[in-house]
Design a protein. Structure first.
Length: 171
């Protein structure tokens, strides 16, 4: 929810690309979770563990990816039934080396590497055991978006983690 007007982007993306799976990120409270699901978000993610958000998502059958950083937090998030555990900010604690260190005691817990993943390090995170990557500004640099601006228009998703490409003049 760090993108202005984020809740309005979800239905826009779904209208333009109905096959796209669109979620909401940085969901930090129950009200935002409820509003995101009402906007048809298919998953919720956050930078930390908010118990009410996880309970709500599970009650609605929505994929939920709360954040954790320490081994204790990874255990706590996993025990409440999170679908994935988002390691954020992973790069600050060693990046792919930290993911590898966490996978040793937790091979059964699917981890999402987020916070500092970029085009040069993405493969390293996957090889270290990350089940998925949190796509953000570091993975899709502003320069790449600016270069595309003349040919296409990009709209950030709620999580700031995916981009939709539209031909100029498209609705």
């Amino acid at each position: 929810m760090t993108v202005p007007g984020a809740l309005g982007v979800i239905p826009e993306l779904l209208e333009s690309l109905p096959e796209m799976v669109v979620g909401a990120g940085t969901v930090l409270d129950l009200e935002t979770a409820e509003r995101s699901v009402a906007a048809r978000a298919k998953f919720l993610t956050s930078t930390g563990f908010i118990h009410e958000v996880v309970e709500f998502a599970r009650s609605k059958g929505i994929l939920v990816i709360p954040g954790a950083l320490t081994p204790g937090e990874v255990i706590q998030v996993s025990k409440v039934g999170a679908d994935f555990v988002k390691i954020f900010p992973g790069a600050a604690l060693g990046g792919d080396h930290y993911i590898r260190a966490l996978k040793a005691p937790f091979p059964q817990i699917p981890l999402v590497a987020a916070g500092g993943v970029n085009q040069r390090t993405a493969l390293d995170y996957i090889l270290a055991g990350a089940s998925a990557l949190g796509v953000g500004g570091e993975l899709i640099p502003n320069e790449a978006l600016e270069r595309q601006a003349g040919r296409t228009h990009f709209t950030s998703s709620c999580a700031g983690s995916s981009h939709e490409s539209k031909k100029p003049g498209a609705a």
